[in-house]
Design a protein around this ligand. Structure first.
Ligand code: CA2
Length: 151
């Protein structure tokens, strides 16, 4: 059974505590439970992580590249939070690791402030998902499972 790695970036540990009109009222633990169920449906093992530290996210993407090359990982779903709009380090890590990665946003970043319209992740992502709320994680796992079957 392959693994799907779900990575969450800065401040996503605060999900469900503020801005429910933008991000909904479910917590990150609720999102993890949604992902557990979705992974099970698609016969995948879930590895679900969150970090507020850019370098730790970089390390995890490198680890994912090695795991995908070894045949144990289906790919990565990344909600890089605000690092989406700033991080050349994450861009380079994804490119260097050669990992199949879906960029995910809970909100529709293109309908928000202009500074959220730029993504350093999109050019190196296999697919992009935004605006489906936390259900986007479930949809992204389904999409990644389909991509992994095609490989
Ligand atoms: O829509 C998304 O998923 C974002 O990646 C979330 C990031 C934001 O910077 C991106 O532009 C879009 C913010 C994550 C922080 O979420 C919080 C949730 C509740 C309370 C405080 C922060």
């Amino acid at each position: 059974m392959k693994t799907v790695l779900v990575l969450n970036g800065p401040n996503l540990n605060l999900l469900g505590t503020r801005e429910p009109q933008v991000y909904g009222s479910q917590t990150l633990a609720d999102v993890q439970a949604l992902c557990e169920r979705a992974a099970e449906v698609h016969n995948l093992q879930l590895d679900f992580r969150q970090s507020n530290h850019e370098g730790e996210l970089v390390d995890w993407i490198h680890e994912a590249g090695r795991a995908q090359a070894a045949g144990t990982l289906a790919g990565v779903i990344l909600n890089a939070g605000a690092y989406t709009h700033t991080s050349i380090a994450l861009h380079d890590a994804i490119k260097g690791a050669g990992v199949t990665l879906i960029e995910l946003h809970i909100s529709n970043v293109h309908a928000r402030e202009a500074f959220r319209h730029r993504s350093y992740i999109s050019p190196v992502a296999r697919a992009v998902m935004a605006g489906f709320g936390v259900n986007g994680y479930v949809l992204a796992i389904a999409g990644l499972a389909q991509l992994a079957e095609q490989r």
